[in-house]
Write a protein that binds this ligand. Structure first.
Ligand code: ATP
Ligand code: LTN
Length: 351
């Protein structure tokens, strides 16, 4: 390493801001489900007033697996309406579409050039998704570098995600540290923020796998945010449990189904673990538990569905809000990208 690079690698004090900055993303790759909501989106809405928040609809990530263009377009707008319906307030936070801010793709290219291939090949999500494809697009392998670009362009302090994304945020930290070391202090090294409950909502049909858009076609796997109350009731009442009748939290894999239902109830009601268990003292078996959970989910999702329908009635207004979000995002991302280019030598002027 040159003396200049060594000098550049010394730590710079963390940025001082009035509020911590948060960045998170969600793919417009299918219907939003209870796992996305409880593991990520509900927390975003709760914290948006205490943090300077950026929430991004990551369409460039969505195309790492095949997408029908018209469907992708529709889902992008629909996801924007859903996030607003869940409570993200465009006057308080920044909501935008990743592909509308070209800095993300440019920054990803620069970060690609400092990311060893072996780091990407180790990612468990890549291994899982690649195993399901006959021909693996390069973008699928590169997915976490684009995610690092998303986060680092905004100097985010915190990245609120479900448990499945923790490895990607850790990789982002490694990439940030490597770039800082090679080119001088440039990026804030972000922290993953994983909720204590709800970080891994499991499939109702199989409590050993995480609830996922990928399995949404399997009947009874997900509760979609837009499911009708009858459908929600049917899925929850059919949820796989065990042959016992004890309603309590447990790490026992046998009790994963009951644990999942209690977790869903706890995140929605915002009660403690003890209070949650107390609510089911005297319940008559899992039938009562499921009925109560179904009612709780329906009560939470019904107003969201109503707001979603209203928002989808005015697509021009949705597009206007997304354009404002992208303008603001660009005002932060563009100077950061310029700084990256300068550090790497991609501009003719060093200062
Ligand atoms: P896919 O399963 O197709 O990869 P996904 O359902 O995981 O998609 P994403 O858009 O990748 O959806 O994730 C959006 C957010 O929801 C992320 O923060 C992710 O960690 C979180 N999330 C996804 N599934 C769950 C789940 N089952 N429990 C808790 N959080 C989840
Ligand atoms: N990979 C994430 C989506 C995502 C994201 C981000 C999350 C893309 N960019 C930046 C947090 C921060 C997922 O949820 N599957």
């Amino acid at each position: 390493m040159t003396a200049e690079q060594e000098q550049a690698g010394r730590a710079k004090p963390a940025l001082k801001r009035a509020k911590k900055r948060v960045f998170s993303g969600i793919q417009p790759s299918g219907d939003v489900h209870l796992g996305n909501y409880l593991g990520a989106v509900k927390g975003w809405t709760r914290r948006q007033h205490e943090r300077e928040s950026f929430h991004c609809i990551v369409d460039l990530h969505a195309i790492t697996v095949p997408q029908e263009p018209e469907t992708l377009r529709r889902q992008t707008r629909s996801l924007a309406a859903m996030l607003l319906a869940c409570g993200l307030d465009p006057k308080v936070c920044t909501l935008f579409v990743q592909g509308h801010v070209s800095a993300h793709a440019e920054a990803a290219w620069i970060l690609n050039c400092v990311t060893p291939l072996g780091w990407l090949e180790r990612m468990t999500q890549y291994k899982d998704k690649a195993a399901k494809q006959e021909s693996v697009p390069t973008g699928l392998l590169d997915y976490p570098v684009l995610m690092a670009a998303d986060i680092l362009l905004y100097d985010a302090d915190e990245v609120p995600v479900g448990e499945d994304q923790k490895q990607h945020v850790e990789l982002t930290r490694d990439i940030a540290e490597r770039f800082n070391h090679l080119y001088g202090e440039t990026f804030v090294v972000p922290q993953p923020v994983i909720p204590e409950v709800g970080a891994r909502v499991m499939g109702l049909d199989n409590p050993m796998v995480k609830m996922s858009k990928t399995f949404a076609h399997i009947r009874g796997h997900v509760v979609r945010m837009l499911d009708e109350p009858k459908e929600i009731e049917r899925s929850v009442l059919r949820a796989v449990t065990d042959s016992g009748n004890e309603i309590r939290f447990s790490d026992d894999p046998e009790k994963a189904g009951v644990n999942n239902l209690l977790g869903i109830y706890q995140v929605i009601t915002e009660k403690s673990r003890e209070q949650t268990e107390r609510d089911f003292v005297g319940a008559r078996g899992y039938g009562d538990l499921k009925k109560r959970v179904a009612e709780t989910v329906i009560a939470e999702l019904t107003p969201i569905r109503d707001r979603y329908e209203r928002l989808m009635g005015d697509p021009a207004e949705l597009d206007r809000l997304l354009a404002i979000g992208a303008d603001h995002a660009r005002s932060i991302a563009s100077p950061k990208l310029e700084e990256m280019k300068r550090k790497v030598g991609l501009t003719t002027q060093a200062h």
